[in-house]
Design a protein around this ligand. Structure first.
Ligand SMILES: NC(=O)c1ccc[n+]([C@@H]2O[C@H](COP(=O)([O-])OP(=O)(O)OC[C@H]3O[C@@H](n4cnc5c(N)ncnc54)[C@H](O)[C@@H]3O)[C@@H](O)[C@H]2O)c1
Length: 431
């Protein structure tokens, strides 16, 4: 059994990564490489040989601490680090979280917490009894713009919140990559409202700061369907599609662009160069015609939520946009607050005194508008100092945002208004 003396490293933490894919290597791995004074990885668990080897090499992790399976890692080791970062897909959460809780690791786990509400309840219950730090990666709460909005609300100058309008406008290529061709295109794993918009449910819950009571929802898969494929289009773009010049989803436009999101490529595995990428796209899932995928998640959805104190929230997600942006507007008894993440400006106005302020939040340039680094900073600092005040993602609130998402999906599928408390009780009976 490997043991490490944890008492010597309080200005810097030791971490274990579970899942060295796009987020694991690209975001949480990158954090340690960029901040060697704050954190280092001492072990990795990753079933894919190539990804495990690359992560191990990048972080100087000895062979003896590179594991293919989490069961092996937990069985062979005591507590060998301060923290575990869980960046597997949501299909692989429950046992890994329970194993990490059992060994008393501080935990940062990717959202969503699970694929079913029952699974999420089991995890949230275990986490709420847990004494160490448990953070769900709802990094939007740490984005400077939302942080400023939160403090504007708290200032009291704008009065009480009456209503919130919020939208997630996915770019057409992000929609195609992740939710038509990609890893999150099928509700046999997770519905869209959970996979993409549990962040949005969460930010609404966080800013309104009241419990959700009732939810309704509409939405469907309107466009990315077989019948909309150009006549004669092959199954893969690179099989000589005659429409490639006109089609915005043609892989040559999406994946060989200087602005291509590196996360798109990381989700395909270890891709060394464009020639390899080109070969992969001839046959991998990301190379398929967008009208001929096994996708069934919605490409647009609205959700209406009633919160405590009669506050109403409306949310719209749509996958047909040129610019990726979230737009948030709060109506309060003495003012309004408006934020467009693409413009990067907050407009905050009060009625009395009549006043308008324009605020430009700083530090919104890096990954997920700075939220990824900020949430890791908060997690690491909380472990180093033992001070949890900067952890703003309590699991009870994350549970509410998951309830909102699953209830919205139930409402959409069954044409219902879903009562959140009743929904939670029904789900609890099944665990
Ligand atoms: N917070 C955010 O904004 C954000 C953004 C994108 C994705 N995500 C979430 O992050 C998670 C990971 O997404 P991704 O894009 O990195 O996917 P990915 O497929 O690139 O990475 C997942 C990795 O986990 C590995 N894995 C699978 N089973 C495992 C197991 N049992 N033990 C250890 N490793 C295992 C896979 O081989 C893969 O390398 C998902 O839950 C996704 O919803 C969050």
């Amino acid at each position: 059994m490997l043991m490490v003396d944890l008492n010597t490293t309080k200005s810097k933490i030791k971490m274990v990564l579970i899942g060295a894919g796009n987020r694991g290597r690209g975001v949480f791995g990158r954090y340690a490489l960029d901040n060697p004074h704050k954190a280092e990885y001492v072990a990795v668990v990753e079933p894919d040989d190539e990804k495990r080897a690359i992560f191990g090499a990048e972080h100087n992790i000895p062979e003896s601490r590179r594991f293919k399976a989490s069961e092996d890692f937990f069985r062979k080791n005591g507590k060998i680090a301060d923290a575990i970062i869980i960046a597997t897909l949501e299909t692989e959460r429950l046992n890994i979280i329970l194993g990490s809780i059992d060994k008393q690791y501080n935990i940062l786990v990717e959202k969503p917490l699970g694929c079913t509400m029952e699974e999420v309840l089991k995890i949230a219950d275990a986490a709420s009894r847990f004494k160490e730090i448990f953070v769900v990666c709802h990094q939007m709460r740490y984005v400077a713009g939302y942080d400023i909005i939160k403090s504007l609300i708290k200032s009291g100058r704008f009065g009480k919140i009456i209503a919130m309008q919020h939208s997630e406008n996915l770019s057409y290529h992000h929609m195609a990559h992740s939710f038509v061709r990609g890893l999150f295109n099928n509700d046999s794993m997770t519905p869209m409202i959970l996979a993409k918009s549990c962040h949005d449910m969460d930010i609404m819950r966080y800013l309104i700061d009241k419990r959700p009571l009732r939810v309704s929802s509409f939405g469907n898969l309107n466009y990315f369907r077989k019948e909309n494929a150009p006549e004669g289009a092959p199954n893969y773009c690179l099989q000589g599609c005659h429409e490639y010049k006109n089609c915005p989803y043609d892989v040559q436009k999406i994946y060989f662009n200087e602005n291509t999101d590196p996360a798109y490529i990381r989700q395909m595995g270890i891709v060394k160069n464009n020639q390899e990428l080109f070969e992969l796209l001839r046959h991998n899932q990301f190379g398929r015609c967008v009208f001929k995928c096994n996708n069934n998640v919605v490409d647009h959805q609205v959700v209406h939520i009633e919160f405590e104190d009669g506050i109403t929230g409306s949310f719209q997600m749509a996958g047909h946009n040129y610019l990726e942006r979230r737009i948030t507007k709060l109506s309060l008894t003495n003012g309004e607050i408006y934020f467009d993440t693409n413009e990067g400006l907050i407009q905050a106005s009060t009625f009395a005194p009549a006043n308008e302020e324009i605020i430009k939040p700083a530090g919104m340039e890096s990954s997920h508008m700075g939220g990824d680094k900020a949430i890791m900073d908060a997690f690491v600092d909380a472990i180093c100092t033992g001070e949890k005040k900067h952890i703003i993602t309590p699991v009870e609130m994350s549970l509410d945002s998951h309830l909102m998402a699953f209830a919205a999906e139930k409402a959409r599928l069954n044409n219902l208004v879903v009562d959140i408390n009743e929904f939670e009780s029904e789900c609890r009976k099944k665990i």
